[in-house]
Design a protein around this ligand. Structure first.
Ligand code: 4NP
Length: 165
């Protein structure tokens, strides 16, 4: 399947989506970006992240996510939270939802079903599990999130690469 008319020349625009855009999706953005760099395919993609909610627009990443990124050699210092809405959804070729609620919210905004991937869809056959929201949980939750993102990053990239051709 070709996702965009000019998908062989311009970077595929991929948006990681969670609720607040301060915990999960910013971490997903840098984890997958780094995996793409390691595979030498970073120039094929334009990655950003956004939240379905508006509470944190313009703010930096949650300190626990920023610390987790740093612990794994990644950097979230430049992050500024943004919101995905009906008005900017068509800017994106692919939306990668962290959980089923994010997916439902994206569909309600007018995203097309085929535009949405689930972050954990590469772990096993069948319905993809959620990347659980770590915001109100313990510190361990952020390591769990990181491991889930890392576990799916390479397969996501293969999928995205295949979808360009
Ligand atoms: P995120 O986590 O969706 O992974 O960024 C959350 C951040 C903030 C809130 C909820 C989840 N909040 O309710 O403010």
């Amino acid at each position: 399947m070709s996702l965009t008319a000019d998908s062989n020349t311009s970077p595929l625009r991929v948006l990681f989506v969670c609720l607040g855009n301060i915990c999960r999706s910013p971490l997903a953005e840098v984890v997958v970006k780094e995996a793409a760099q390691q595979r030498g395919i970073a120039e094929l993609f334009h990655f950003e992240s956004a939240g379905t909610g508006s509470w944190h627009i313009g703010l930096g990443a949650d300190q626990r996510s920023a610390a987790k990124a740093l612990q794994h050699g990644l950097n979230l210092n430049q992050h500024a939270a943004q919101q995905i809405t009906h008005d900017n959804i068509s800017d994106w070729d692919i939306l990668v939802a962290m959980d089923a609620d994010n997916r439902q919210n994206l569909l309600a905004m007018g995203a097309k079903d085929e535009q949405i991937l689930m972050m954990r869809m590469f772990e096993q056959q069948g319905a993809a599990a959620d990347v659980p929201d770590p915001y109100y949980g313990a510190h361990d939750g952020f390591e769990d999130v990181y491991q889930m993102l890392r576990l799916n990053a390479d397969a996501l990239l293969v999928h995205l690469q295949d979808s360009r051709s």
